[in-house]
Write a protein that binds this ligand. Structure first.
Ligand SMILES: C[S@@+](CC[C@H](N)C(=O)[O-])C[C@H]1O[C@@H](n2cnc3c(N)ncnc32)[C@H](O)[C@@H]1O
Length: 177
């Protein structure tokens, strides 16, 4: 995954990693020189691993604790207290899990960031929803739910199932402050 998004400039950006999982991407993004990183996941033991992963051998000091804020929280609950608009939201392999459904979740994401990065899962590829079969379907869904200037930045091939998975880079016109 990282190879597809490593070209994105994370330096001095405020970033939220939504459904961060074990934190491999959070760690790389943090190490890329963000101004701040919020990582959220609704499973505590998974978030604990992300915290260990991001901190690694770094010293836990005022600087790192100011820059890295992990939250054990669902995305819906995060929305209820978050007031920030992030430069970049990372949403990799997580959209189908949101109980609000993909369109409503996209609208929420578009309201809290200027740019979002998605890994899209299609029908038949993991928990991808029935209405998404290819990149054009996902692009349409993004543009109907608060995003514009959708840019495809790469593909990953799921070799075990012979399927293609897209990594899509999306810019949002929502909340650009
Ligand atoms: C397939 S994993 C993807 C992890 C990571 N983004 C990656 O690409 O490696 C999905 C993650 O989303 C988390 N998740 C699922 N539903 C969530 C929700 N409603 N709010 C926050 N996190 C959620 C899960 O606990 C899991 O860690």
């Amino acid at each position: 995954m990282w190879e597809h998004i490593s070209s994105i400039d994370f330096r001095d950006k405020t970033v939220v990693d939504i459904g961060c999982g074990h934190g491999d991407i959070s760690r790389r993004v943090f190490d890329a020189g963000v101004s701040s990183l919020v990582s959220i996941d609704n499973v505590g033991v998974i978030l604990d691993e992300a915290i260990k992963n991001v901190f690694g051998s770094k010293r836990f000091n005022i600087e790192t604790s100011r820059k890295f804020k992990p939250y054990h929280v669902s995305f819906d609950d995060f929305l209820s207290f978050n007031t920030d608009v992030f430069d970049i939201a990372i949403c990799l392999s997580v959209l189908p899990y949101f109980p609000a459904g993909i369109p409503a979740s996209l609208q929420s994401i578009s309201s809290i960031c200027k740019t979002a990065i998605f890994e899209c899962q299609y029908y038949g590829d993991g928990p991808g929803p029935e209405e998404l079969h290819d990149y054009q379907d996902f692009k349409k869904m993004l543009m109907n739910n608060g995003f514009y200037d959708v840019e495809l930045i790469g593909y990953s091939t799921v070799l075990s199932r012979g399927l293609t998975r897209d990594i899509i880079y999306v810019k949002s016109d929502m909340g650009a402050v």
